[in-house]
Design a protein around this ligand. Structure first.
Ligand SMILES: Cc1ncc(COP(=O)(O)O)c(C=O)c1O
Length: 419
């Protein structure tokens, strides 16, 4: 079988699918299925690719942990020097617990609560991104009351079309995120008058799974225009945060490498003394992970054949939520003639599909399938729907692997319930 993802960490060897040097069947035998499997090597290599693309320019990568918040994943990246992009008090808690240095944490999110703001201020994060006037005022009041100054970066909507799925487009004028470009100058002027606020940066995030450099260039160009106007008014910012969004290959797309983004943006930044912040999520974690699932049965109906797997939409909701396409491959493909199947889970929803119209030799119950490119927005979006315990997560490192999150139990399902 031909793997369509861009990761050397996943390969067939003698007819068996491996993650790094570990055959997936060994993991399934030891841990059971469904299970998320991550390649440590992929995480590190993707992170280093970005770092080396920006060498020579002051920069900070803040890994977007909404894509994958497993502690071992965060620790791996923090160990490489990464900062973290968080979007909630819960993510801040996890990031700190995983050892992320607070001075490398940026706190985004379209509606932060007062409690979350207090937590961010008390932790001493690098900055909050601010998305509205009420939020700016709330941060100001809260910091002032605590006798502190909160560093902020205003999230500006550059109004560019990233040409991606409408559900993951965030930088257009009609999206709920950010401040209109026209209002931005006024907001910075207001920052100077409010107590407890220090404007330190400007932020954009135009969308996710972007496969071209042009939308980034357009967005950064617009932000740089604003930076220059601000400078003219005596407001000098230290950080230009260009968000996340770099795409990956799910089905043979050819995403630009990190170096292509850096070379497209560097000329725009010439002469500007600031630190570029990047918030990649999917680029680092997407192709680091797969959901490994076992076939429960093959069901042939008059119009269609189904492979019913033990992994389902509660484990990986992206196909149901965004019509996302993940390559699904047999772990031991064998030599049979390929047939067409819809790969579905056991949940009572027609939308419980992992992949429709997939071709591979007819599997037998117990055979393993790998749903590829599931490291980003996979486990983090998992739920207990149909009272299904969430799957464990495993981190592969060379020829060894370890469980980095235990499989949930039935007891976990009812923990916290009261009569
Ligand atoms: C503010 C912000 N930064 C970074 C990201 C990460 O995006 P991606 O995983 O596409 O890199 C997101 C994703 O929604 C985001 O909203």
């Amino acid at each position: 079988m031909n793997l369509l993802i861009n990761s050397p960490s996943w390969n067939y060897r003698e007819g068996e699918l491996y993650c790094e040097e570990v055959p997936l069947k060994r993991i399934a035998r030891k841990v059971g299925t469904p299970v998320y499997v991550y390649s440590r090597r992929h995480l590190v290599e993707a992170y280093r690719e970005i770092i080396s693309a920006w060498r020579g320019r002051s920069h900070l990568v803040c890994f977007s942990m909404k894509s994958n918040s497993n502690r071992a994943v965060i620790r791996t990246l923090v160990g490489e020097g990464s900062g973290i992009d968080v979007v909630s008090g819960g993510e801040l808690f996890r990031a700190l617990r995983a050892g992320a240095p607070p001075e490398k944490i940026v706190f985004a999110g379209v509606g932060k609560t007062e409690r979350e703001i207090i937590e961010g201020i008390e932790a001493g994060i690098l900055f909050f991104t601010v998305e509205s006037l009420p939020e700016l005022e709330l941060i100001s009041r809260t910091a002032d009351r605590l006798g502190k100054t909160a560093p902020v970066a205003l999230r500006v909507t550059p109004d560019v079309d990233p040409k991606t799925h409408r559900y993951i487009t965030t930088g257009k004028a009609e999206n709920k995120f950010g401040l209109d470009r026209e209002e931005a100058l006024d907001f910075y002027r207001r920052c100077l008058k409010l107590p407890g606020i220090a404007p330190v940066g400007i932020h954009m995030h135009i969308g996710s799974q972007i496969l071209q450099t042009a939308p980034f260039r357009e967005g950064v160009d617009r932000l740089v225009g604003l930076l220059k106007k601000l400078k003219g008014e005596g407001i000098s910012l230290k950080y230009l945060d260009i968000g996340g969004g770099m795409g990956i290959s799910y089905q043979g797309e050819e995403p630009p490498p990190a170096a292509a983004y850096a070379s497209a943006l560097r000329p725009l930044l010439k002469g500007l003394r600031l630190t570029v912040i990047l918030e990649p999520g999917r680029f680092i974690t997407g192709n680091a992970g797969s959901l490994l699932t076992s076939v429960l049965q093959v069901k042939k109906k008059a119009k269609k054949s189904f492979v019913i797997a033990d992994g389902a939409m509660n484990d990986l909701i992206r196909p149901a939520l965004y019509e996302a396409w993940h390559q699904i491959v047999p772990v031991s493909p064998g030599k049979g003639k390929p047939r067409r199947f819809d790969v579905v889970g056991p949940i009572c929803e027609t939308g419980d599909i992992l992949g429709a119209g997939r071709s591979f030799p007819e599997p037998a119950p117990g055979d393993l399938l790998a749903v590829l490119s599931a490291g980003a927005y996979g486990a983090v979006m998992g739920s207990n729907y149909n009272s299904r315990p969430r799957p464990p997560e495993v981190l592969v490192d060379g020829d060894t692997f370890r469980i980095v999150r235990k499989r949930e139990t039935y007891r976990d399902l009812v923990r916290g319930e009261l009569d």
